[in-house]
Design a protein around this ligand. Sequence first.
Ligand SMILES: Cc1ncc(COP(=O)(O)O)c(C=O)c1O
Length: 333
Amino acid sequence: MWSAMQEAEIGWPQRGDDRNVNELERYGAELTGLEACLFVFTASIANLLALMVATSRGDQVILDADSHQVWIEGWNLAYICGVYPRLIKSERGLMPLDEVRAALDGWRGPAHPRTSLIALESPHNDHGGTIVPVDHIEALTELAHAYGCHVHMDGARIHNAAVATGVPVRQFTESLDTVTISLNKGLGAPVGALLCGSAAHIAMARERGLRWLGASGMHRGGLFAAAGLYALEHMVDRLADDHLRARKIADGIRDLPGINVNHPETNQVKVSTEPSGRLAEDFVSALAVKAVLVTLREPYVFKMMAHHEIDDEAVELAVKEARTVVCELGSSQ
Ligand SMILES: Cc1ncc(COP(=O)(O)O)c(C=O)c1O
């Protein structure tokens, strides 16, 4: 990837003459079965642009209550887009369709807010990398479109879903209006994300949205596009190793007292420390001392992620140290 970046021929992306940026955007559109694609620096920017191009101030937007877009992106949807978030709790990333329909229905007549966008997330970060199946995505888009409403998916890790299920990315995405795909995370590019959607949406995001965000001047963007292309061409198939390693970590600690561990669908091990009565931060700090870096997610939840920098040796170490820490802390109350 580093060599691809060093060898990248540099053009001017804003003028449309950077070969790697153009190639990456062509690749993104083809991959998702959508008309067009825009290369941006982060998945958060792509998610925000999707909102900016499909909504107007005062609109209602229906979002998964535990989504990255709501909780980790700093409520930028309220600050920047001025939309009203209607949050719906999902089961493993699937928002109940009857609740979505109820939120769309205008039972207050003209006083009911206009709903312009529904946003889902898959794989779902907070639920531990769970995958929303294609039939649910299609049912949701069919419902939304009947109400003249767009559907955006934060598919930052959609390649994990494709590799885990054997279903091509395109099947997950082609019924959507817009989708975000990250090039870093498991794919390992230094930065970069794709926003894919209709030609009109992507033109609006490119020509207006990026400027409004002060993010249109992607000078030397070709360096990062070269990394992104390398990631898409060389780093996707190996995601299966991450999934296997996540399952090994989960299975290696599942029997311990004081914790509940998920059955990873992709690369994320989600550990609840609630049965022990101890806060997850106690486990996170004790593991850090043993060089096992895990993420605190909720007061009683931490996560362990398998990715391209975690090999079999690291998995063994993680399991060994996690067993020690959980045995020490998990049963001590
Ligand atoms: C589901 C999801 N969406 C979006 C993002 C944001 O990615 P970025 O750091 O590129 O803005 C993340 C980051 O972890 C994520 O997990």
